[in-house]
Structure formats: C-alpha cells, structure tokens
Design a protein around this ligand. Structure first.
Ligand SMILES: Nc1ncnc2c1ncn2[C@@H]1O[C@H](COP(=O)(O)OP(=O)(O)OP(=O)(O)O)[C@@H](O)[C@H]1O
Length: 303
C-alpha cells in the first residue's frame, strides 16, 4: 500500500441508540477521487469527522499507509467541514492568510498561496470583504481555498458542491481533479450523483451506517442488474410478462424495456422475443449511478 493512502478501517460509532457507523472501511489511494454517497443521516459526516479527529470512533482506526494517523498527519489534511466554520466577520484575505499560517506556512508563503487561491477562485475583488457579506456560493469558494491553502497531502471535503452555481461546480471539479492528478487522495461526499459519476474513480455507498457497495463506478454499474431494451414490431402486448426473472418496466408501441433479476439468461429473453417475429433491437442498458444508488437504498428499506 502506498504510504499516503488514506485507510479507514472498520469504524464504529454510536450516538446513544443510533448506530451512525457500523464497521465502515474504505481506502483512498494517492491520485484517486473517491465519492462518498448515502442518504441523509447515513453516516458520511460522522466518518469524515472521525478521519479529521474532530470526533472519536468507538472502535476502528484511521491509517495513513499502514501507520495509525497522528495529529501531525491530520494537520496535513485539507478539510471542508459540512458546517463550514469560517470566521464570519474576518475579511477573506486575512482569513486565508491566518489559516495558512496556523497550518505552518511562513507569512510570505501564506500571502503568496492566498493570492494564488483568490485568483483561482475568482475572489480577488472580494479579498477585503467580510466572509458573512459574501453569497453562499462565494463563501464556499473561500472554504475550498481554506482547505487547500496549506497545500495538503490529503483532501476530505463534506459536500463541497452543495449550493454552487454551474460555473463554480466546474471550478471545484477542476481543482479536485488537479489535486488528485498531483497524487493527493481526495474523498468528498455529495448528493449530486451525476457529478460523482463523472468525477470519481471509485465510490462508496453508505446506508444506515454500513458500506453497502464500493468500487469503480463502471464495475458497480456493470455488475448491477441493468435493463434490456427490445424492439419487436410484431410482438403482441405483454409478450414478455410470462418470462421467469423478468419484469416489464415499460411497453410503448413495439418497444419494451425489461428489468432482469441477477442471473436471468438474456438469451432466453431474446429467444422469446424472436418467437414473436422480427427483433430489430436488443440492447442492454447499464444503470446510472443514480439508479444503482436508488436500488441499493430501497433494497435496504424493504428488508
Ligand atoms: N451529535 C449527534 N448526536 C446524536 N446523533 C447524531 C449526532 N450526529 C449525527 N447523529 C446521527 O448519526 C447518524 C449519521 O449522521 P451523519 O451526519 O453522519 O449523516 P450524513 O450521511 O452526513 O447525512 P447528511 O447527508 O444529511 O449530511 C444520523 O442518524 C444522525 O442523526
């Protein structure tokens, strides 16, 4: 394992009668963008707070490489907390310089890096404004700059995209990609699954404190039961409804969309379609990450 891999091992955390985390494990390698997704209250913020040491786990461990994380390693993490946590009355420039110094930069270095991030985040004209006077999206840009200004070795961002306009989403995405390309392990939580699908190398889906799926988006969506689109112009209505392991999702004119249980033989479906006459299209559609997420989350709530 790479010495800079962020390694979360079997974390457990309870709040009274609520199990917020139940043996949650995942690893984020240098250069990897890891998307952490789950419904409200699934346990994402709790896991991130434990990584940062803001909260203690009941059991389990956070490691960097093979070594248990130390406070000096934690100081090298760039963190964007969900509750944000900037000083509302402090001007943007002073705030970033202060945070950079707090994390070990010299005064000159803190100013140079702050200027660089202000330019990158398109905040130069706002440098002397109090944070509380900025729009929410601009406060978020300052928050990202605050997480990055000390050039961290690891990035942990709690919903960095929430409330951003499309231009700011692009800026944020580009910055995260760059940091990952520079060898930083990046983990972020988000409810914007199309964005997670586009951006991330791997994702982890958490439900009620348990990691229920984890892997590359491609791997997860290709392993999931997808849908089949069949165009059979001569087929009578309901032609597929008797096939075992098959559910008819839609039937419009000659087009039928089917969902197959895992393990159902697609060739049997094709044979059944051919028995009705011509088949002009037979194609498998992978679920999107959003569909996969919905399936995983609803499966759990039906148990
Ligand atoms: N300080 C606390 N005291 C009691 N329960 C808490 C506390 N913090 C979190 N919880 C509970 O722990 C569970 C996990 O919460 P957490 O904030 O980690 O979820 P989340 O996945 O980040 O949710 P969201 O997407 O809404 O931000 C929830 O049931 C929540 O109500």
């Amino acid at each position: 394992m790479d010495a800079n891999t962020l390694n979360v091992v079997e974390l457990c955390k309870r709040y009274g009668g609520v199990t917020a985390l139940d043996r949650v494990s995942f690893a984020v390698r240098p250069g990897e963008l890891f998307g952490f997704v789950g419904s409200n209250g699934a346990g994402k913020t709790t896991a991130m707070r434990i990584i940062l040491g803001v909260l203690a786990a009941d059991s389990g461990e956070v490691r960097v490489g093979h070594a248990p994380i130390t406070s000096s390693m934690r100081a090298r993490i760039g963190y964007m907390p969900e509750e944000r946590g900037l000083y509302p009355k402090m001007p943007v420039l002073d705030q970033l310089v202060y945070l950079a110094q707090l994390r070990g930069c010299s005064t000159d270095e803190a100013h140079t890096r702050t200027e660089r991030w202000l330019a990158r985040m398109d905040l130069r004209e706002r440098r002397h404004d109090e944070v509380q006077k900025l729009s929410l999206g601009n406060q978020q840009r300052v928050q990202l700059a605050a997480a990055l200004v000390h050039d961290p070795d690891i990035l942990v961002l709690d919903e960095p995209f929430s409330g951003l306009d499309p231009v700011a989403v692009d800026v944020m995405s580009a910055v995260l990609r760059e940091k990952a390309a520079a060898g930083v392990p990046v983990v972020f939580s988000s409810h914007q699954l199309d964005l997670v699908e586009r951006l991330c190398d791997r994702v982890g889906i958490i439900r009620d404190g348990q990691m229920v799926a984890q892997g590359a988006v491609d791997e997860l969506t290709s392993a999931a039961s997808g849908t089949l689109r069949v165009v059979a112009p001569e087929a009578p209505s309901g032609w597929a409804s008797h096939i075992a392991g098959v559910r008819v999702l839609r039937e419009v004119d000659s087009q039928t969309v089917l969902e197959l249980d895992p393990g159902t033989d697609e060739q049997a479906v094709l044979r059944a379609a051919l028995e009705t006459g011509r088949v002009t299209e037979f194609s498998k559609q992978r679920p999107s990450l959003t569909e996969l997420f919905r399936n995983v989350v609803t499966e759990g709530s039906q148990q």
